[in-house]
Design a protein around this ligand. Structure first.
Ligand code: ARG
Length: 280
């Protein structure tokens, strides 16, 4: 009798501890990335710091730093999580792979949450909206400045992996949405914006499509460039933070911070502060 009771008790203990282990695994899976960020004490941001005023390099106290309103938002997210922010700067078209491999915890890079990307990553609520502008050489303002059709047979530059590649094809080249995936001989894709700006200044290309605030920022430092009078809207609604698919707990935290910053008007403040730091 006593032996049986002991056996029953130890069996019950085994079941109980199994349940506890299972329970903590399930919790670990649910809060996965959020937990590991809190444990490590740092949040790793992936971005492409060539996109003023979103994210760009600037000299702060004589030292190179990555700044911008996206960085300010990332700092707020880190603060709300009680951790430090670490920034990894890379080409825009490498960001989602870095997220998938766990090399970065989140991506904030003026990224548009389009359908194609939504299949691979999860996005926060939109934190900022901008239209797309077209940079040209000032000397060509009369030729290309007032009508997108004037660029139909010219070389257009856009950042590799960015939605502006598609915009250049569909809105300037007249390619149909269904054919917009295929490369176009007159749409030049480069990894970083400053390289495209160089090509524009050297007449290797005749225009660059980028988010309007970015086009304006580059213009400010390049007196030989001008902005076309037309702009493009896309249907995908602006910029959002990307996280690895299925990290619901982390995403919920990010959305809390985004909501707080939007409702207090802080994001507009970050945009003007960032715009003042733009040096190029
Ligand atoms: N909004 C565009 C996109 O998602 C371009 C973003 C480029 N961002 C950058 N940091 N260079 O495709």
């Amino acid at each position: 009798m006593k032996k049986n009771a002991l056996a029953a008790l130890s069996a019950a203990l085994v079941v109980l501890s199994a349940l506890v282990i299972l329970g903590s695994c399930a919790k670990g899976a649910k809060d996965g990335k959020l937990d590991s960020i809190k444990k490590s004490g740092k949040l790793v941001l992936g971005t492409s710091a060539d996109y003023p005023p979103y994210e760009f390099h600037a000299q702060i106290d004589g030292k190179d730093a990555i700044v911008g309103f996206d960085v300010a938002i990332a700092e707020e997210i880190a603060k709300d999580l009680g951790v430090k922010l670490e920034i990894k700067d890379m080409d825009f078209d490498g960001l989602l792979a870095a997220l998938a491999s766990g090399n970065v915890d989140l991506v904030i890079a003026g990224m548009t949450p389009n359908e194609e990307r939504r299949q691979n990553v999860d996005f926060s609520d939109i934190y900022y909206y901008a239209e797309h502008g077209v940079m040209i050489r000032k000397a060509d303002a009369a030729k290309y400045g007032s009508d997108a059709a004037s660029l139909k047979d010219r070389m257009i530059g856009a950042q590799r992996g960015a939605i502006q590649v598609t915009l250049a094809k569909t809105r300037i080249k007249g390619v149909s949405d269904d054919d917009a995936e295929a490369p176009h001989a007159q749409v030049k894709e480069l990894g970083k914006l400053p390289d495209l700006v160089m090509e524009l200044k050297n007449s290797k290309i005749d225009a660059i499509v980028a988010e309007l605030p970015v086009a304006k920022a580059y213009l400010g430092a390049n007196g030989d460039l001008a902005l076309a009078s037309y702009t493009f809207k896309d249907d995908d609604g602006g910029s959002a933070v990307a996280v690895k698919k299925g990290e619901a707990a982390l995403l919920a935290k990010i959305n809390e911070t985004v909501a707080r910053l939007k409702s207090s008007g802080a994001i507009d403040g970050f945009v003007s502060a960032a715009s003042e730091l733009v040096e190029y």
